[in-house]
Design a binder for this molecule. Structure first.
Ligand code: SIN
Length: 528
C-alpha cells in the first residue's frame, strides 16, 4: 500500500482481515490530503434525498463524462461505509437531539447531503483510521519512505505485472526494493504541480507518474478542479475556505462590496465550483484585483463559530475575524479528476496494481467532481478493492530485484531542483489553469519538453533524493495535463479553452493516455 489517506487506510484495514499489509508513506502517517478535508462526505441521508437524486446531481456536474454504474455504486454504498467509519469512532456532527446527521450543503447538490464533523471532517476520519491501523497486528507502517517507481515483472514489456516498488528512504537516500503480491496506489493527487493549491506539500502526483512510467492506462488529466475560495494571505500558503461556508449563506463580493456570481449563473454562490472559479477568475482579470471577498459578516456570529470552529481558529491565527470582516480569497488547484484508470474494484490495466482514491480515474467524477464526492469514492472503492483482492487465490511473494544505482554521483547542483520546480508550477498556473487557449498550451508544451529532458539527464546522473523524485513526477504530471488539454478541442466541465468554447457531442468520451499509444479518445462514451 502506497499512501495513508482515507483510501489507503480503509483498504489496509479491510485487507488486513486476511493478509499482512505494509503501508508506505513518504511523510508521517497522518501527513495526507485527507486530513485537510473540511467539507465532508456526500451521501443520501436527508429528508427528500435519495440515491437516485445523488446520482442525478453527480451526473449533471460531471458534464457527460461520468460512468453511470460507478456513480450509482458510490451513491448506493456510501451510507454503509459512513456507518463503518462511525464504528471506528468517527463522531460526525448531528442534530441537537442526536437523532440525525446535521447535513451540510455544497455547490451542485440539490439538497443538504454532506455528512461532516464540524469543519474538520478529514481530520476526524484520518485520526480514527490511523488509530485503528496503527494498533492492528497485521498492518505495518513504513514512514518517510518514498516510492520511486513500480517494479515490473518484465521490464519494458507492455502490460507486465507489477510486483512491488523501489523505495528511497528520506534523509539517508538509501534505496531498497519492496516486493508485494498486490501493489496499491493510494497516493492522492497532484495539486502541487500548480503554483497556487489547496493541497498539502505531499500532493506531487507520484502515483500518476509511476503508473505512467510503468505503462498503465490513464484518463482525463485535463480535468483539474480549482477550488474557488482559498485564503489570500501572505502567511497562508494553501488554506482552503470550505464550500460549506457558502452552503450556509456566505457571499462572494468584489472588493467594492458588489456581488457578481448571479451574473454568471442563477445558482450564484452554490453553482458547481467550475462555474464559480471561472467567474472569479474572469472578474479578477477584468478588474485587475488580485483577490475577491468571501463575506459571512451578515450571518449569526454564534452559529458561524459553532459550525466552523477550525476555519475561525485558523483565520484568527492570520489576524482575521471571519464574523466581522470579509475574507480575501482566490481560486487554487484543488483536485485531479483524472488519473490511473481503475475499475469498480480498483483494478488498473496492469496485473498486480490497484489504484484507489484521487490517484485513480474510475469514471465517478467525469469532467467535474461534485463537492464531497471524493472522500465517498475513497471509502467505497477501498472497501470494494480490498474485498475483491482478498477473494483472489493466494500467490507466492514475487522476487525483489536489486536497485542498480548505475554511475550516479551525489549532486552538487540542488538548485536545479528548486528552479525547475518553480518554473513548472508557475507556467502550469499561467498557461494551463482555469481558462486555457491553444497558444498558452503550446507555450506550456514547449517548456515542459525542455524541462523534462533536463530533469531526465539530472535524474540518471545524480543520486536519487525524494525531492528529485517529486520533481520528476511533477514534470510527468504537467506533461500529461498539457497533452490531454491540447488534445480536447472543446470546453467541457473543468476544461475551458477560449479557442474552443463550446461543448461538442463527439467529444463526450474520456481522454485516454499511456506511454505506448499516446493520447486518444475512448472508443465509446461511459467506458475507458
Ligand atoms: C470544501 O470543503 O470546500 C472541499 C470539499 C471538496 O472538495 O469536496
Amino acid at each position: 500500500m502506497i499512501g495513508s489517506g482515507i483510501s489507503g487506510l480503509c483498504y489496509a484495514l479491510e485487507a488486513a482481515r486476511t493478509a499482512d499489509v505494509l503501508v508506505l508513506t513518504k511523510g508521517s502517517r497522518e501527513d495526507t490530503a485527507t486530513r485537510w478535508a473540511q467539507g465532508g462526505i456526500a451521501s443520501a441521508f436527508g429528508p427528500g434525498d435519495s440515491v437516485e437524486a445523488h446520482v442525478r446531481d453527480t451526473l449533471a456536474t460531471g458534464a457527460g463524462l461520468c460512468h453511470p454504474e460507478v456513480v450509482r455504486a458510490c451513491a448506493a454504498e456510501g451510507p454503509s461505509r459512513i456507518a463503518a467509519l462511525e464504528g471506528l469512532g468517527v463522531r460526525f456532527s448531528r442534530t441537537e437531539d442526536g437523532a440525525e446527521f446535521d447535513l451540510g450543503r455544497e455547490g451542485g447538490h440539490s439538497v443538504r447531503r454532506i455528512v461532516h464533523a464540524g469543519d474538520m471532517t478529514g481530520r476526524a476520519v484520518e485520526d480514527a483510521l490511523v488509530r485503528a491501523a496503527s494498533t492492528h497486528p497485521r498492518i505495518r507502517f513504513l514512514e518517510h519512505q518514498m516510492a520511486i517507481d513500480l517494479v515490473l515483472e518484465r521490464r519494458q514489456e507492455r502490460g507486465s505485472p507489477v510486483t512491488g516498488a523501489f523505495v528511497v528512504e528520506k534523509g539517508t537516500g538509501r534505496v531498497r526494493t519492496i516486493a508485494a503480491r498486490t501493489t496499491v496506489l493510494a497516493t492522492g493527487g497532484a495539486g502541487k504541480a500548480y503554483l497556487y493549491t489547496s493541497n498539502p506539500d505531499v500532493a506531487t502526483g507520484d502515483g500518476i507518474a509511476m503508473a505512467y512510467r510503468a505503462g498503465a492506462l490513464l484518463a482525463d488529466l485535463e480535468f483539474v478542479q480549482f477550488h474557488p475560495t482559498c485564503l489570500y494571505h501572505p502567511a497562508a500558503k494553501n488554506f482552503l475556505l470550505s464550500e460549506a461556508l457558502r452552503g450556509e449563506g456566505a457571499v462572494i463580493r468584489r472588493l467594492d462590496g458588489s456581488t457578481f456570481l448571479e451574473e454568471y449563473d442563477p445558482r450564484g454562490a452554490l453553482a458547481p465550483r467550475d462555474v464559480v472559479a471561472r467567474a472569479i477568475d474572469a472578474e479578477m482579470k477584468r478588474t485587475g484585483d488580485d483577490h475577491v471577498l468571501l463575506d459571512l459578516t451578515h450571518l449569526d456570529p454564534g452559529f458561524v463559530l459553532r459550525r466552523f470552529p477550525g476555519i475561525a481558529e485558523r483565520c484568527r491565527e492570520y489576524g482575521l475575524d471571519l464574523t466581522r470582516q470579509p475574507l480575501p480569497v482566490v481560486p487554487a488547484a484543488h483536485y485531479f479528476c483524472g488519473g490511473v484508470v481503475a475499475d469498480l474494484d480498483g483494478r488498473t490495466t496492469l496485473p498486480g496494481l490497484l489504484a484507489i482514491g484521487e490517484v485513480a480515474c474510475t469514471g465517478l467524477h467525469g469532467a467535474n467532481r461534485l463537492a464531497s464526492n471524493s472522500l465517498l469514492e475513497g471509502l467505497v472503492l477501498a472497501h470494494r478493492a480490498a474485498a475483491r483482492a482478498a477473494a483472489e487465490p493466494p500467490r507466492p511473494l514475487p522476487e525483489a530485484p536489486v536497485w542498480d544505482p548505475g554511475g550516479a554521483e551525489p549532486s552538487n547542483e540542488r538548485v536545479v531542483v528548486s528552479q525547475d520546480w518553480d518554473e513548472i508550477r508557475r507556467f502550469l498556473w499561467n498557461y494551463v489553469g482555469i481558462v486555457r487557449s491553444d497558444r498558452r498550451l503550446a507555450r506550456a508544451a514547449r517548456r515542459i519538453a525542455l524541462l523534462r529532458e533536463e530533469i531526465r539527464e539530472y535524474y540518471w546522473n545524480y543520486q536519487i533524493t525524494a525531492d528529485l523524485c517529486e520533481l520528476r513526477n511533477i514534470a510527468v504530471v504537467a506533461d500529461l495535463v498539457i497533452r490531454c488539454a491540447q488534445f480536447r478541442k472543446e470546453s467541457r466541465g473543468l476544461h475551458y479553452t477560449i479557442d474552443h468554447p463550446e461543448v461538442r457531442d463527439e467529444w463526450a468520451r474520456d481522454t485516454l493516455v499511456d506511454r505506448w499509444d499516446g493520447v486518444r479518445l475512448a472508443a465509446e462514451s461511459g467506458r475507458f
